[in-house]
Design a protein around this ligand. Structure first.
Ligand code: NDP
Length: 484
């Protein structure tokens, strides 16, 4: 299969190349092979993309919501029809098993296009009666040109989670994927055009962080939505603040998952597996600090170890494979260095802990037990297949320890005590919480973090507020009273 796109960028409805841009190689993480060669955007390309988005915006916003929504829903249908091919591309871009990409990437992108396409026709302001017959009405307006900047773990999903609500509200977008996974966003742009999106409404340009930085500071841009790490989020938020731009920040986490003695152990082990090893652990909301109540600690670790042996590690294109490589050599080495820190700081290695001896960037699913709160592996985001199991005794104690982190993306609890479950989630300092499950992110529900994990929310009706603003119109039905 040929993964080389027709050109590096998609601007104004067509593929565009500028070979003066720095070389950007796309590597298949399962083998280390180069599967495509692209170029980073030059200043001329950045300018062209922003002009195209700026020029297209007024006419796009002037369409009725029904018309915009129809285009988004058509794009959703096309994505679903092509799910397999898009999944093969995603698997080659990211290394994630085809077993995952066929159910969690283009399908999730299609859900966002369908959901926000469905909402587009019902986006309105409101009528606010005042005294004496006067009234106010509000007009929901698009922000203008929005910039989306993506991480490498869910490239199609991120391109759609940002693009769909932006476009539904009448904005246009310039999207910059992570340089590690640049291919699928181009397909999203192609599909939107095929579905009828006017040229310039959704543009994709490639590049390293410097390209993202130029987009964020450009005066033509009204809003920036970033999915990335906390350090990048800090920089982007600060740069956007200078131009008083709207922001959505979906950043990293070190989320707690608490397992009480009364929990269903099989379900808790399933939650811990999904929340640590899906996508080889490269999921921002992962519950990487698994607090297990002392009485069930050994039983939990035993079942976890027994079940992890069943992970089928191998060629991500094999439909039976459930655990693939890390996205890049660099990311693998970062995870390996954390594993070494875990060993050096005295955590007990239960399973895994090594690179797998084969081509590509494979790490074993790794579990440490007897992890304590101050160990590096319990404090820093690893973004790899490394689970830390910590012991606890009381609810009060675990609540304090679970919240003792700068992050606040997600948190979960496994218990069969109904009131305790709700008490615990009420106490969590996190934007996205789970009771007796973990890591779901349906488009209907708000997703995002508290504390250093971000600002704003993606998905759900709330995303609309982050891609539009209200104009308030006061209407007097009476004479204007003035003091003189
Ligand atoms: P990075 O923060 O390194 O990069 C994110 C994106 O920002 C990339 O496209 C990157 O470009 C770009 N970028 C880097 N520097 C700048 C800058 N100064 N100005 C503008 N853009 C810039 O994150 P990763 O790609 O390594 O992704 C992993 C991180 O993303 C993890 O911390 C993870 O938790 C988080 N994440 C959060 C999610 C959420 O929804 N909360 C979901 C998924 C991931 P380039 O890659 O080309 O350098």
């Amino acid at each position: 299969m040929n993964f080389q796109p027709r050109a590096s960028h998609f601007i104004d409805g067509e593929y565009v190349e500028d070979a003066n841009g720095a070389a950007l190689e796309v590597i298949y993480p399962a083998t280390g092979e180069v599967i495509a060669r692209l170029h980073s955007a030059t200043p001329a390309i950045i300018d062209k993309a922003l002009n195209s988005a700026k020029n297209a915006q007024a006419a796009w916003a002037a369409l009725s919501g029904t018309e915009r929504g129809r285009i988004l829903r058509r794009a959703s249908d096309i994505m679903r029809e092509r799910n397999y091919d898009l999944s093969v591309l995603e698997t080659h871009d990211t290394g994630k098993p085809i077993q995952e990409t066929t159910v969690a990437d283009a399908t999730s992108g299609a859900d966002a296009l369908e959901y926000f396409g469905g909402l587009a026709a019902s986006l309105t302001g409101e009528h606010i009666p005042l005294g004496g017959g006067d009234f106010v009405y509000t007009i929901r307006e698009a922000l203008g040109v929005c910039v989306g900047i993506g991480a490498w773990n869910y490239p199609t999903q991120i391109a759609c989670w940002k693009g769909a609500p932006a476009l539904a509200c009448g904005n246009t977008m310039v999207f910059k994927p992570s340089e590690t996974t640049p291919l699928s966003a181009l397909k999203v742009a192609e599909i939107l055009v095929e579905a009828g999106a006017p040229k310039g409404v959704y543009n994709v340009i490639q590049g390293y962080g410097d390209v993202g930085a130029s987009l964020v500071t450009d005066p033509r841009v009204a809003k920036v939505s970033l999915t990335g790490s906390v350090p990048t989020g800090r920089k982007v938020y600060a740069a956007a603040a200078d131009g008083m731009k709207h922001v959505t920040m979906e950043l990293g986490g070190k989320s707690p998952m608490i397992v009480f003695e009364d929990a269903d152990i099989e379900n808790a082990v399933s939650g811990a597996i999904l929340g640590n090893f899906y996508s080889s652990g490269q999921v921002c909301s992962n519950g990487t600090r698994v607090f297990v109540q002392k009485g069930i600690k050994e039983a939990f670790l035993k079942r976890l170890s027994e079940r992890l042996v069943n992970a089928k590690i191998g060629d991500p294109m094999d439909e039976d494979v459930s655990f693939g490589p890390m996205v890049s050599k660099n990311q693998m080495n970062i995870a390996l260095s954390y594993i070494e820190k875990g060993k050096a700081e005295g955590a007990r290695l239960i399973i895994g802990g090594e690179r797998i001896d084969r081509d590509g960037y494979y790490l074993q699913p790794t579990v440490f037990a007897d992890v304590t709160d101050n160990m590096t592996i319990a404090r820093e985001e690893i973004f790899g297949p490394v689970m830390s199991v910590l012991d606890f005794e009381t609810e009060e104690e675990v609540m304090t320890r679970a919240n003792d982190t700068e992050f606040g993306l997600a948190a979960g609890v496994f218990t069969n005590d109904l009131t305790r479950a709700h008490r615990i989630v009420a106490g969590f300092e996190a934007g996205t919480c789970y009771i007796n499950t973990y890591n779901l992110a349906p488009v209907e529900a708000p997703f995002g973090g508290s504390k250093m994990s971000g600002v704003g929310r993606e998905n759900s009706k709330l995303a609309i507020n982050h891609f539009s603003e209200m104009k308030t119109v006061y209407v007097s039905m009476n004479d204007v009273e003035a003091p003189y």
